[in-house]
Ligand binder design. Structure first.
Ligand code: SF4
Length: 253
């Protein structure tokens, strides 16, 4: 219910070109299947359990899962969302799945970082009813520091999609002392206003530390230690700023 309109079936692609400090899906960053060990507790004892994260699937296998959810999607005005990781990292597979969804009459959404080639975007643009698009920081140096990539291509691709009259929901992570300062919010508002009417909603996604334990499991560094979660009042204030600029805003995805 958080990945676009209505009740949706979300397909998570593994593999992401970014490595955001706050990512709550670290299992989606590396492209390949991974063997990890989880510790299950029972009667005060630890039981290590091996787990395979991710698996290779083909279009038919994924579609078999999706069509089983038809009634929920259709009754709620929902559909299918392709998320990740970065779904455009496997663009041919994504195109195939979108075509199969369209043949079944499903509404389609692609949740993207925007860090992809124009050619890839053009391949799937006509098959995508709505884009969920991340805007993380307007300052290129800080974007690079926090995610590992520049924001240049991301903002250019967003401008391009808006110019093609695609519907776009903006996903803005709210990260205290990282991107919630007046300067960055002002620049974000200014940029998004230049893209209306393509922007149908802005979702403010408050940072939360719930994924911390996953980093240990995947042997990755967690760089957000000590960063607090945003307060309800700060989120409301930010929401009002976007609403005053004419956007429909939601707190949470
Ligand atoms: S873009 Fe999304 S999936 Fe990729 S690292 Fe950042 S938060 Fe995680």
């Amino acid at each position: 219910m958080h990945d676009g309109p209505g009740i949706r079936t979300t397909v998570f692609f593994k593999g992401c070109p970014l490595q955001c400090w706050w990512c709550h899906n670290p299992e989606g960053i590396r492209k390949d299947e991974e063997e990890v060990v989880s510790v299950h507790k029972m009667e005060g004892r630890d039981f290590p359990v091996k787990e395979t994260v991710g698996r290779w699937m083909d279009t038919e296998e994924v579609m078999n899962e999706i069509v089983r959810e038809r009634v929920f999607m259709e009754e709620s005005g929902g559909g299918v969302t392709f998320s990740g990781g970065e779904p455009l990292g496997q663009v041919d597979f994504l195109e195939d799945l979108l075509l199969a969804c369209k043949r079944e009459g499903f509404h389609t959404a692609v949740d993207t970082t925007g860090y992809t080639s124009r050619k890839n975007l053009m391949k799937i643009m006509a098959l995508t009813d709505i884009f969920l698009y991340d805007v993380k920081h307007m300052d290129d140096r800080r974007h690079l520091a926090y995610t590992g990539v520049s924001n240049g291509r991301i903002l250019e691709n967003l401008t391009f999609l808006a110019s093609q009259n695609k519907k776009i929901m903006i996903r803005l992570p709210v990260l205290p002392a990282m991107n919630d300062d007046d300067e960055n919010i002002g620049r974000t508002l200014h940029f998004l206003k230049s893209l209306t009417p393509a922007i149908v909603e802005v979702d403010l996604l408050p940072y939360h530390a719930m994924a911390t334990h996953k980093y240990e499991k995947f042997g990755m560094d967690y760089k957000m230690s000590g960063i607090p979660e945003p307060g309800a009042d700060d989120l409301e204030r930010m929401k009002k700023k976007f609403e005053r600029a004419g956007f429909q805003v939601k707190i949470g995805g």
